[in-house]
Write a protein that binds this ligand. Structure first.
Ligand code: HEM
Length: 149
């Protein structure tokens, strides 16, 4: 395996922690407060602080992940779902779904929260829950790739 691999893996895990950590804190801190107050402002304030660092972390994780994946298996095997090498494809699909719902939240839910529109409250909570669960699936699939499950 490439001698750069351990360095890239370290960068991958640090970048991943920026995204996953931000979402876990969002779901267990500001979102709980928002639910107690029935007000999406705590979610919006935290989202404003993490949006850029978390997104940069996500993109660096994707790039370094693709690099490691290319050394582990040829791209033709990435999407053999159900087999260990197919975990890479499962991860890529999870990443794309996450990008799509994050783009939707940014375009549709965040503007509503900015205007303090109560009709987006439950959509914002649902988004945080779904985005956090999908985010947790990424390191889980990473561990499965690592140990060949
Ligand atoms: C979308 C493209 C991605 C691909 C192709 C990919 C691929 C990989 C690969 C091949 C590994 C195994 C590294 C090894 O142990 O040798 C891995 C591990 C890992 N991935 Fe990704 N990854 C991607 C995105 C992400 C994202 C976006 C996150 C989180 C935000 C993430 C989180 C992790 C974590 C935490 C590990 C460490 C598992 C471990 O070392 O046991 N990955 N990934």
């Amino acid at each position: 395996m490439d001698s750069l691999y351990p360095v890239i893996q370290l960068i991958h895990v640090i970048a991943a922690s920026m995204w996953v950590g931000s979402h876990l804190v969002l779901a267990t801190g500001p979102m709980v407060r928002a639910l107690r107050l029935r007000d999406s402002r705590p979610i919006l304030e935290f989202y404003r602080a993490i949006a850029w660092p978390a997104t940069i972390g996500l993109l660096i994780a994707a790039l370094t992940g693709l690099y490691m994946a290319s050394l582990r298996a040829p791209p033709s095997e990435w999407f053999s779902f159900g087999e260990p090498s197919g975990r890479i494809g499962e991860k890529i699909v999870t990443f794309i779904v996450l990008l799509v719902i994050s783009g939707y939240a940014h375009a549709r839910i965040v503007p509503g929260m900015r205007q303090n529109n109560p009709s987006v409250f439950w959509r914002a909570v649902l988004f945080v829950v779904v985005a956090t669960l999908l985010s947790l699936a990424l390191p889980l699939l990473g561990v499965m790739i690592r140990y060949g499950f």
